[in-house]
Design a binder for this molecule. Structure first.
Ligand SMILES: Cc1cc2nc3c(=O)[nH]c(=O)nc-3n(C[C@H](O)[C@H](O)[C@H](O)COP(=O)(O)O)c2cc1C
Length: 218
């Protein structure tokens, strides 16, 4: 049996698609978020975990709404910028060349350049404590999804096709990766009819992405 080693858990999270969260209405802002959770599908709910000292957290609390915007591989610089600079000092919309667009339900703007936008209302907040009573680093915001839209080209066979989107995954801290090849299909579900969704096509796209990625360029 493979020997197992205990790992210090703090901050050592698993790979997940990185998101840009838009918050605020009068002077909207954006911050990068590493992991969103999907705690319930019916009704559809999400979780995000901001640190309470963030400028974005103030805006979240003031407005009670947020939008999850999924950036693509060509937006790594913008994703990094929004995750390392504060909206207290810089207009991230302008700096990143992002276009704010009015949502269907919420007043917080969507990022037009992101292929998927998820409009959410803040439903609940959970805070955490260490065993000795100190406050935890992050709070958990539970959001109710009130609208989801995507760029037209990703809507195929009546569904949003996530595996056609060049999402940015964070693996090791500070390492970004593309979605990998299709490994198989669940035989209980319909195989996709549309050739754009066939495994070979998706694999070709992601292989192309990987070969264009130049770690020396960062
Ligand atoms: C990949 C990545 C993931 C991040 N995930 C989180 C997160 O889950 N929660 C959080 O509070 N900050 C997270 N951050 C940090 C914030 O995005 C960052 O502190 C940002 O500058 C806050 O902006 P603001 O001051 O305008 O609110 C992340 C940053 C990066 C680059």
């Amino acid at each position: 049996m493979e020997p197992r080693i205990s790992v210090d858990f703090g901050g050592n999270f698993w790979p997940a698609p990185v998101n840009l969260i838009s918050v605020g209405v009068e002077k909207p802002n954006i911050f990068t978020l590493g992991i969103i959770g999907a705690p319930c599908s019916k009704p559809p709910m999400v979780t995000i975990s901001p640190r309470p000292q963030r400028y974005s957290y103030q805006l979240l609390k003031e407005v009670g709404q947020f939008v999850i915007n999924f950036p693509t591989a060509d937006m790594i610089d913008e994703m990094y910028f929004c995750g390392t600079r504060s909206g207290r000092n810089v207009d991230k919309w302008e700096a990143c060349g992002f276009t704010p667009v009015k949502g269907q339900v919420v007043d917080v703007p969507l990022i037009a350049e992101c292929p998927v936008n998820v409009e959410c209302l803040v439903e609940q907040e959970i805070s955490f404590k260490h065993p000795d009573g100190r406050e935890g680093s992050h709070v958990c915001i539970i959001g109710r999804i009130v609208h989801l839209n995507c760029h037209e080209r990703y809507f195929i066979d009546g569904q949003l096709q996530w595996d056609l989107i060049d999402l940015i995954f964070r693996t090791r801290p500070g390492t970004w990766r593309a979605l990998g090849p299709v490994l198989g299909y669940d035989p209980r579900k319909h195989l996709p009819d549309d050739p754009r969704l066939a495994a070979q096509r998706v694999n070709e796209r992601t292989a192309g992405l990987a070969s264009h990625y130049d770690p020396e360029a960062e």
